[in-house]
Design a protein around this ligand. Sequence first.
Ligand SMILES: NC(=O)c1ccc[n+]([C@@H]2O[C@H](COP(=O)([O-])OP(=O)(O)OC[C@H]3O[C@@H](n4cnc5c(N)ncnc54)[C@H](OP(=O)(O)O)[C@@H]3O)[C@@H](O)[C@H]2O)c1
Length: 432
Amino acid sequence: MSTTLKVALLGAGTVGTEVARILDQDAAALTQRAGARLRLSAVVVRDTAADRGPHVPRELITDQAEDAIDGADLVIELMGGIEPARTYITRALSNGASVVTGNKALLAAHGAELFALAKDNDAQLSFEAAVAGAIPILRPLAESLAGDTITKVMGIVNGSTNYILDKMDREGADLADVMAEAAALGFLEADPSADVEGHDAAAKAALLATLAFGAGFSIDQVHTEGITGVSATDVEAARAEDQVIKLLAIVERSEGGVQMRVHPTLISREHPLAAVHGAFNAVFVEAENAGQLMFYGAGAGGAPTASAVMGDLVTAARRSLAGAPDHTVLSATAVPALPIEDAITRYALAIDVTDAPGVLARIAQVFADQGVSIEAMRQTGYPSAGSDAAASASLRIITHAGTQRALDATVAAVTELDVVTGITSVLRVEGN
Ligand SMILES: NC(=O)c1ccc[n+]([C@@H]2O[C@H](COP(=O)([O-])OP(=O)(O)OC[C@H]3O[C@@H](n4cnc5c(N)ncnc54)[C@H](OP(=O)(O)O)[C@@H]3O)[C@@H](O)[C@H]2O)c1
């Protein structure tokens, strides 16, 4: 085998060092699978003095990214962040080099421009590692299901928030206490806002929608709510009804476009996603002919994420040797992103009321007036924690499917009732 492809690695942190290890340790098998020797030609970092372990040769370490990119056939970007990653990927693609990245933040903001650039330069841009770490999900959506019609994708795609919600569910603990513990154990970033406010999951939702529906979507089109409003009372109420709360990234085909949303969601304990514990990820896919599919595994970590990077690298090498990069990511014409007001789901509400005759009937009438039909109503007989002292009962109402617009109007009208002392929780419900 005489062909050698030079590989520049931009970033040698958690994932990059594992990519270097696999390139080194599994060189023979990779050569066979790629059809060419994949030779590491440069490793770009900020701190060139730091030791990068036994698989990153010192002589390859550099902070001269442009030279490293210009000398490479394949470029792996594992630095993270928008800049300089965007500039470097632009340079690599403009050179005609194929690029593999795990950078969801960049692709969810500037994917369209980079996909177009890849196409113009007949280069491959691959990003399996950007969503759900080790789990092969982007290629199944784009390739394995290319002959089917995907209708909905629901994912647990942020391990930190799943760890927190799972712990709240198992231990009945408060969000603040579990977050403090998660931070101490390294399950949360120093600045946890991207995780707990849902932005990391929203970036992945935009990429899932892009692959599922063959049209470009960006993070600013995703309705995003994090887990900061989820209370121990919400978790306990869910448990009482054999449900669990998960932060889901949901993208679905709907009348006239695509719905993309990230929010805490009630699901039955019998739903496959309810069995995803700790920091694991899973993506649940519904397609017209395949039916329901679930992909499960490690959503982060050096070696698991490097596995996804290496799969992309071998594929990019093969396609580059064959002179046939794949540009079908954006195969469809533009598809509109629909506003959250049009989203159709079921809802669970907790409403504190004074204990007066006819309260249930008055509340039910408001729901009926707004066209939101009630599936179940239960009086728990005690006020929610932190609610008005005058409250003497808490109602839990589950609705049939309705639009967010109708639900918002219902909440506003219910709040106006003199017998209502507070709406303490509104959560969306998915599945049966
Ligand atoms: N970690 C995971 O589990 C995981 C999972 C899925 C996707 N990802 C994605 O993979 C990417 C890498 O993540 P990571 O966890 O490996 O990050 P990391 O541990 O923070 O490593 C980043 C690397 O990039 C280098 N770097 C950063 N900015 C640079 C710059 N301006 N110029 C040159 N080098 C620069 C750093 O150099 P120094 O070491 O010198 O600072 C470091 O080696 C990110 O896009 C992340 O979102 C990560």
